[in-house]
Design a protein around this ligand. Structure first.
Ligand SMILES: Cc1cc2nc3c(=O)[nH]c(=O)nc-3n(C[C@H](O)[C@H](O)[C@H](O)COP(=O)(O)O)c2cc1C
Length: 304
């Protein structure tokens, strides 16, 4: 595997996401890696509006997102995503890039085998009381489709431009340098021996290593909402709780080849076979006409 790492920064120019990413890439270069940086803010990135032109033409011609995804999602290099937290989750630049991937997956056979190392840096201005709790999970919503996570860090208390370089945040720069070294080391290691080299919290999903859980039914079952890895919580004789993670789910999480194929098949059956039958019913068509005709729409004034 080539020792190249692509870094995608989704924050302000020359600010925290970018400086922390650079700390990681500088350290990776010291270990012999070649690196590149993409600054999302320099590009036109517009939300998906479900027009599905991309499924007919293979591309979204509206903005630069395809190009960003060609350099990141479709590349064979290692990847580090660095993104600020806006309202608890990764900023919308990253969310938009992540939501516009569907038409590109077929361009890279075996993409869901995820045989590329990935890492995540999430940056928040505050971060106390869970104010950055969805930062790493939402970066993972993108990364887990095509990379195996080897490291990640949540950096808080970086509000102003370049505050990541202040003495209070020296630990974070050092931690990101370690991330760069972890990525370089992983690029020198065969895929079968890759390990997560970051720090797990006491309860963490064994795939994305985040600690935000979904209770689908009730205790004692929990599930990682990103990876669909189920776990059973139970206390030992001393009342200390632990989680037994389902190892089949660990081998085949949500964003693995078999689960992605199942999901695609389900969508095709539902959207193109089952739903159209019901949509064709005269009573459904009458309801659609009634609901379409109803409503008091208001609009923003035209900008001059
Ligand atoms: C619209 C908006 C919402 C934000 N929401 C949060 C938040 O929920 N939690 C937090 O810790 N920081 C929040 N911040 C602060 C940024 O995460 C912080 O300034 C970060 O360092 C920005 O990264 P950058 O310097 O790379 O642009 C928010 C900033 C903006 C602009």
């Amino acid at each position: 595997m080539s020792k190249k790492i692509v870094g995608l920064s989704c924050g302000r120019k020359n600010s925290n996401s970018e400086m922390l990413l650079k700390a990681a890439l500088m350290a990776a270069e010291e270990e012999g890696c070649e690196t590149e940086i993409i600054r999302a803010f320099d590009h036109k990135v517009t939300p998906c509006n479900s027009c599905w032109t991309c499924l007919k033409t293979g591309k979204c011609a509206k903005d630069d997102t395809d190009w960003i995804l060609e350099q990141t999602l479709l590349s064979d290099a290692g990847i580090i995503i660095s993104a600020p937290v806006y309202h608890l989750r990764a900023c919308s630049y990253l969310m938009i890039i992540a939501e516009k991937t569907n038409h590109l997956f077929p361009r890279k056979p075996n993409i869901f085998e995820r045989k590329r190392p990935g890492a995540a840096i999430s940056v928040g201005g505050s971060g106390y009381d869970g104010w950055t709790s969805l930062g790493l999970p939402t970066i993972n919503l993108f990364l887990q489709h095509f990379a195996t996570l080897v490291d990640q860090v949540q950096v808080d208390h970086c509000a102003n431009i370049a505050a990541a370089l202040t003495p209070d945040n020296a630990w974070a720069i050092e931690r990101c340098r370690q991330m760069g070294k972890n990525m370089a080391k992983t690029l020198d290691t065969p895929f079968e021996d890759w390990k997560f080299l970051g720090q797990d919290t006491p309860v963490a999903c064994p795939v994305c290593h985040c600690n935000v859980m979904y209770i689908e039914k009730d205790f004692p079952e929990i599930m990682c909402p990103t990876c669909e890895v189920h776990g059973i919580i139970s206390p030992d004789a001393n009342g200390k709780y632990s989680v037994a993670w389902n190892q089949d789910d660990v081998r085949e999480p949500r964003f693995s080849g078999p689960k992605e194929a199942h999901h695609l098949h389900w969508i095709m059956e539902h959207e193109w076979v089952d739903e159209p039958k019901q949509l064709a019913l005269p009573e459904v068509q009458a309801k659609i006409a009634e609901y379409t005709a109803w409503g008091n729409y208001i609009s923003a004034p035209k900008k001059r």
